[in-house]
Write a protein that binds this ligand. Sequence first.
Ligand SMILES: [Zn+2]
Length: 60
Amino acid sequence: MSITNAPLVLYVYRCTVCGQAGKLHLPESSPEVTTACSACGAEVLAEWDGGVELVTDQPD
Ligand SMILES: [Zn+2]
């Protein structure tokens, strides 16, 4: 059975090469993910920022 409704969580990183502070939303998978710095392309380790950020429908 595939996961079709995984919550998105906010990951944050700070590049050790250029100092770029970045963030990204990814489906919840692991506490840490390896990604590429958006500024210089160096490999960085992004970590959960505080916890799960649920994406919900809020009728207006
Ligand atoms: Zn960088």
